[in-house]
Design a protein around this ligand. Structure first.
Ligand SMILES: [Zn+2]
Ligand SMILES: [Zn+2]
Length: 271
């Protein structure tokens, strides 16, 4: 790889993460990425129940140690957080974002009154095209609200619902206007769009979002683009990053962007 960034990953301090922070950093160095960012979860709607305050303190403390251990290495280490469902408690979400050492990913895994996409029943409740359209309209309206109002640096996995609905033939074409509004918001507020490569681990997989939306972002004036594997274990780090780099170049981007101490920094996209 030699180039590229992976600014979306989870350690054992995320409820669904597997490996230690040290193991994640070792693997990132082995892969040769230029910038590696750890972004353990902080689901605002489960903040107390899943003890995110403690988890994040541990995650960031572990990254401080790793930054010392890797001080003489070429790879840059960044400590971040993936904040989900900020609208559930905007004040708390802003407080968490303000504490993040380097960067904040913004995520929507479930809309305000509907369960996570992974738990929805697409054979009954969400079987009809109308119910699916309504679900996606709600999702993108909320995501737009979050993109406008929250404190963050990178918008994560813009086409997240497709992870669970794409095999049903569902697209997000009907939400194109809302998605354009979200992309324009990123441009206006100086935020980055993420190419999430986790889908590429599967056969016939796809990035989130796909190439057409990355191109659209560029056309609308987008300059800041991030890449993340969304790895929840060391073995998944870096998967698909090369593909994402090529996609970024093809869409017209000349550099990737990472955030250090919440400041955007460019990394040239060159072979
Ligand atoms: Zn996520
Ligand atoms: Zn994630």
């Amino acid at each position: 790889m030699g180039q590229g960034i992976d600014c979306h990953s989870h350690s054992e301090f995320s409820p669904d993460g597997k490996d230690s922070v040290a193991a994640m950093c070792d693997r990132a160095l082995e892969l040769g990425v230029s910038v590696y960012g750890l972004s353990d979860h902080c689901e605002i709607d489960y903040y107390e129940v899943q003890s995110y305050e403690k988890r994040l303190q541990k995650s960031w403390a572990a990254m401080r140690q790793q930054k010392e251990r890797f001080a003489d290495k070429k790879m840059k280490l960044l400590a971040g957080v993936e904040i989900g469902q900020t609208l559930k408690n905007p004040v708390l979400a802003a407080k968490v974002a303000a504490q993040a050492p380097d960067f904040v990913l913004l995520s929507l895994h479930r809309t305000r009154n509907i369960a996570d996409f992974s738990f929805l029943d697409y054979t009954t409740q969400y079987a009809s095209p109308e119910s699916r359209k309504a679900l996606l309209d709600t999702y993108y309206s909320e995501l737009l609200e979050m993109a406008c109002e929250s404190d963050y640096d990178i918008l994560a996995h813009l086409s997240y619902p497709l992870r669970y609905m794409s095999h049903l033939g569902v697209t997000i074409d009907e939400q194109a206007e809302l998605i354009d509004e979200i992309l324009r918001t990123l441009v206006r507020r100086g935020k980055a769009l993420e190419i999430n490569t986790s889908g590429l681990r599967a056969k016939d997989g796809f990035t989130m979002p796909d190439y057409s939306i990355v191109c659209r972002f560029h056309k609308l004036g987008g300059e800041f683009l991030s890449i993340g594997s969304d790895a929840h274990c060391a073995a998944h780090l870096g998967v698909g990053l090369q593909t994402a780099c090529e996609m970024a170049e093809k869409a017209g981007f000349r550099f990737l962007t990472y955030f250090e101490k919440r400041q955007a920094q460019p990394l040239a996209l060159s072979k």
